[in-house]
Design a protein around this ligand. Sequence first.
Ligand code: SF4
Length: 474
Amino acid sequence: MYDIRGLNEECGVFGIWDHPNAAELTYMALHSLQHRGQEGAGIVCSNGENIFGARGMGLLPEAISQVQLDSLKSYRHAIGHVRYATTGASELSNVQPFIFKHSKGDLGLAHNGNLTNAQQIKLALESNGAIFQTSSDSEVLGHLLLKAKSENKLANLHASLNQIKGAFAFLVLHPESLSAARDAHGVRPLMLGQVDGAYCVASETCAFTAIGAEYIRDIEPGEVLTFSNETPIHEDFYTKQTSSNMCSMEYVYFARPDSEFRKSSIYEVRKSLGEQLAKEMAHIEADIVIGVPDSSLQAAKGFSNYSGLPNEQGLIKNRYVGRTFITPNQTLRERAVRMKHSPIREVIEGKRVIVIDDSIVRGTTSKFIVKTLKQAGAKEVHMGISSPPLKHPCYYGIDVSTHAELIAAHQTVEEIQKELEVDSLTYLSVEGMHDVFKKHHSKGECYACFTGNYPIEIIDQLLPEEKEKKRKGV
Ligand code: SF4
């Protein structure tokens, strides 16, 4: 969901092959992935010979009408996408899945993530006559596929994927096949499921739950799965040079708590992050622990389990503060935060409160929360953050604010504590976070927004540190 703190989710994808209700199931699955993007949505279907689709701006029911959905009902193969713009303007032309009409055959394309060499490839393709229809980085894969010379579509896909760099979960729909590919570093999630014998893929397993599908497994870094009527599932890798750098923030904040990564429940991972934080905050004395709703409630529960402190509901979230109130202006943003969280005085008054949040971006929300808890009569407010300080922007498809807006990029923990007017402030350590993920079967994570160690080369954009060096002429 678009977050007034400046930490915004990326996109969600879903695909299904050979199901009589492919479009309806895709619609339902996208509904459960709506938290990953609300700017636009689309569904593209294949009838075995051609590709058809519907897409629009806004939430799913606004983006795709019942009439449009009905028009796709007879097709057995579909892909869908919900969009949050991390690159490209917020306009209909950038809403996916994209459809490419070509003499070689139609093509549908859906992408979650961000390519780090898209501009470089785009310039090269344009100088050879390609015309781009959108400002989205995702379009480059379509052009690479159409430019590829082989008659073998899978070979073309492998060759094209080997040219792009970055974080991605791509769905490619040809009239006669559907391919699902995950980037070589496994940054963005992609899962395999099955419903009524038909294979499906999704960014999160909550999409499988929504349509009654069984979650089979995670698609591995560098893996490409292809579904067709000849071969129900073809498992392959487009590269052998893979590593595992799953986005940590998916576990901490973005994914729905009822989803699973590597067969580990996000709900349980968040509880474990809270337990680990409690270990690291053992020196703080308090009466109760509360979580900032909704994404920090599980961490607060884990904190309570480990520390023995009662877990209370001290803050209520107004779920109906929508996008109307989302503005880039700081004063209005503060007003929006005030409308969003409200304290329960009976729980807070006279207590030493530990409040758990999953992250601090600009600090606007945290400052307001501390103030509101104190106004509600809290004797002391101690803040625990279930992730390390966010110091670096994300280039892999998560809109973690610009470097300039990240409070931890410019201030020490002590300075932030002072700024928030909180009695103590503790962030989870990177090591503590890593231990939690290991316990939950992760094979390796990306911590770049905490550490600045980017696992994938950024070709289109210089890293902030490099920009600074360049500015200084170093
Ligand atoms: S930089 Fe941060 S938000 Fe981006 S992929 Fe890595 S962990 Fe996720």
